[in-house]
Design a protein around this ligand. Structure first.
Ligand code: PEP
Length: 246
């Protein structure tokens, strides 16, 4: 199966700068055999729509509202994002959990809203440094996954990609070692397959994210059970990101 490489722009670049970014990026990845997805600020969607529609690169949002529509000033709904041509949305990124006080229940609601309009979901889960040091990684992942996926049907899981992102590794330059990622991937698969009685583990798509860069990415994509990468800071450099994608 083709690996995924997801670039999360966070709140970086203007739409004009994103256009220049694509001028550099697109010619470099003509031969790419990966599924590339940009998770963008909504201000960039029109550029993504114009420039990516003739490629097999997809784009998505970084967040959506847990509400359907109405008096929620500043929010963007799943149906708005879908109507702009987006393929997916991130949900539960550690930065939206922290800065926007996203709760586990609102994450569940966002997932339900996204799936209802055929937006794929990239659900981010991960443990804190404290949880890892007190051997509570699996417990933390279970708590996050159980609530986020509550009420979903097994056949909806194919529209959900899980991104394993240890919180302490995001934007810090620190990464877990291969064994730690392997063990978290096994935990995620067993938590989900227990809840949904799935026998075929391989149906669950899991990415690794957290301080990936051009120099360290190969060890993570090679890990059994890792279907690709979620890249933050390093995706902002078109040359580096193209090298990772290739
Ligand atoms: C992210 O934003 O999901 C992320 C993994 O960021 P970084 O690669 O900068 O750690």
């Amino acid at each position: 199966m083709k690996k995924f490489v997801v670039g999360n722009f966070k709140m970086n670049t203007t739409p004009t700068q994103f256009g220049s970014y694509l001028d550099e990026f697109l010619p470099r990845i003509r031969e790419s055999k990966t599924n590339i997805i940009f998770c963008l600020p909504a201000t960039h969607f029109h550029i993504a729509n114009q420039r990516l529609s003739t490629t097999n690169i997809k784009f998505g949002a970084q967040n959506i509202s847990s509400e359907e529509s109405g008096a929620y000033t500043g929010e963007i709904s799943s149906v708005m994002v879908k109507d702009c041509g987006a393929f997916c949305t991130l949900v539960g990124h550690s930065e939206t959990r922290r800065h926007f006080k996203e709760t586990a229940e609102s994450i569940n609601q966002k997932i339900i809203r996204a799936l209802a309009v055929n937006l794929k979901v990239i659900l981010c889960v991960g443990e804190t440094k404290y949880e890892r040091s007190t051997k509570k990684t699996k417990l933390s992942l279970k708590r996050q996954l159980d609530i986020a996926l509550k009420g979903l049907y097994e056949n909806e899981l194919k529209n959900i990609i899980i991104a394993y992102e240890p919180i302490w590794a995001i934007g810090t330059g620190k990464t877990p070692n291969v064994k730690e990622v392997e063990s978290a991937i096994t935990d995620i698969k067993s938590i989900i397959s227990d809840s949904f009685s799935i026998r075929d583990y391989d149906k669950i798509t899991i990415l690794y994210g957290g301080s990936i860069n051009e120099n360290n990415f190969t060890q993570f994509v090679k890990i059994k059970g890792v279907s690709g990468l979620l890249v933050g800071g390093a995706c902002l450099n078109p040359k580096s990101f193209a090298n990772i994608c290739k």
